[in-house]
Design a protein around this ligand. Structure first.
Ligand code: HEC
Length: 180
């Protein structure tokens, strides 16, 4: 730019160098521009601390949680009820957390908060009266053992909650190899 001859040099001084006949004004950056510029720097620093130092979660955890949620929806939608599916549910936090809720409200009074037994037998030891397979547990929970004081839960809880509470019990046991 060639300096404008009418231009007052005190207001916006022209810088000393000239390249290819082009000189430039030494103009102060407008305040709104400086504000966005410094604002962006402060935001970047705060954002970095928030994500890298104080964040309770990170991308890997977010992805794991989202995959677990999708798996849970898929498992529930498939409606399959067999041993491998129940073992899979038992490794899925969505089922296990829901099952833990049901357990606390309906089962803990007899089987204990830690599942170690009370009126009812322990559900974490290796001793099973009615079979150790996931479908055996489902059958016991659904039909109960009325003669021995284990209520019949099928009509009360429905199959969704029974799947979840069974997954919760199984989550305390090692899954067979091949279960993800
Ligand atoms: C009123 C007490 C009581 C409640 C509540 C209760 N149970 Fe039981 N449960 C028992 C008793 C007693 C037995 C043992 C039955 C037997 O000896 O055949 C038992 C047995 C079982 C078994 C079989 C254990 C084995 O060794 O084979 C499972 C599984 C089980 N209960 C799960 C549950 C779940 C899940 C709930 C909650 C939805 C629940 N129970 C609620 C009393 C209870």
């Amino acid at each position: 730019m060639t300096p404008d001859p009418k231009h007052d040099p005190k207001e916006d001084p022209v810088r000393h160098h000239v390249f290819d006949g082009i000189a430039e004004y030494d103009r102060r950056l407008p305040n709104w521009w400086l504000l966005t510029f410094y604002g962006a720097i402060i935001f970047a620093i705060a954002y970095w601390f928030d994500r890298q130092i104080f964040a309770r979660t990170d991308d890997a955890k977010d992805i794991q949680a989202e995959i677990a949620r999708i798996d849970a929806v898929k498992l529930a939608a498939a409606g399959t009820r067999d041993d491998p599916t129940l073992w899979k549910m038992s490794r899925n936090p969505a089922f296990v957390t829901a099952g833990a809720d049901t357990y606390k409200n309906t089962c803990a009074s007899c089987h204990g908060n830690e599942l170690k037994g009370g009126v009812g037998p322990s559900l974490v030891d290796a001793v099973w009266i009615h079979g150790s397979k996931p479908l055996d547990l489902i059958a016991t929970v659904e039909n109960g053992v009325p003669a021995k004081g284990m209520p019949t839960w099928g009509p009360l809880l429905g199959s969704k909650k029974i799947n979840e509470v069974t997954a919760f019990i199984l989550s305390h046991h090692p899954a067979p190899s091949g279960t993800e």
